[in-house]
Design a protein around this ligand. Structure first.
Ligand code: COA
Length: 138
């Protein structure tokens, strides 16, 4: 389920590696899970992934399954992730990378109190792309 979500063309297009992840690659990542991987649910139905790696976070949703409900799900996920990070995990700060072209998510982060602190280039499958780092404190 998680692999299908991650391999959705819209998720790959905004990710820092864009190749289609193979089942064996996914299985190895899942087995290793050095980061905390949480499943986001909408009305009890699995609908996305939130990854916490130290004070860094990232997320992706089930784009096909959510359809028109994608935007409200984004907002609920972001709210719950922030609460979890500062409540349950007690993190001192929370930051993440978003591609500069990913305007919708950058606007969402701003709305949830994240501030852009730096911009830098990163190679995404060999192509330089601008990445925006946003972070916030409790
Ligand atoms: C989209 C986004 C999650 C992609 O980030 P990413 O660095 O490519 O991948 P993640 O942070 O999810 O995962 C960290 C690592 O685990 C890997 N990984 C994540 N899910 C995986 C899976 N299902 N199978 C195998 N590997 C996986 C990633 O490839 C990455 O590997 P790397 O460290 O070698 O680069 C991230 O840019 C982000 O949070 N952007 C803002 C939110 C957004 O736009 N989300 C998508 C909207 S639906």
């Amino acid at each position: 389920m998680v692999l299908t979500w991650r391999n959705h063309p819209e998720v790959r297009a905004v990710s820092l590696t864009t190749h289609e992840i193979r089942p064996d690659e996914h299985a190895a990542w899942w087995a290793a899970r050095t980061a905390e991987v949480l499943i986001y649910e909408e009305d009890g139905i699995p609908a996305g992934v939130v990854i916490f790696n130290g004070t860094t976070w990232s997320f992706y949703l089930d784009v096909d399954g959510l359809g028109k409900r994608l935007l409200p799900a984004w907002m609920r996920l972001e709210k719950e992730a922030v609460e979890y990070a500062f409540g349950t995990l007690g993190l001192p700060s929370l930051g993440g990378e978003t591609l500069a072209d990913n305007k919708q998510v950058l606007a969402l982060h701003r709305r949830f109190g994240f501030r852009e602190t730096r911009r830098y280039e990163r190679l995404v499958d060999g192509v330089p792309k601008t990445v925006v780092w946003t972070e916030r404190t409790p």
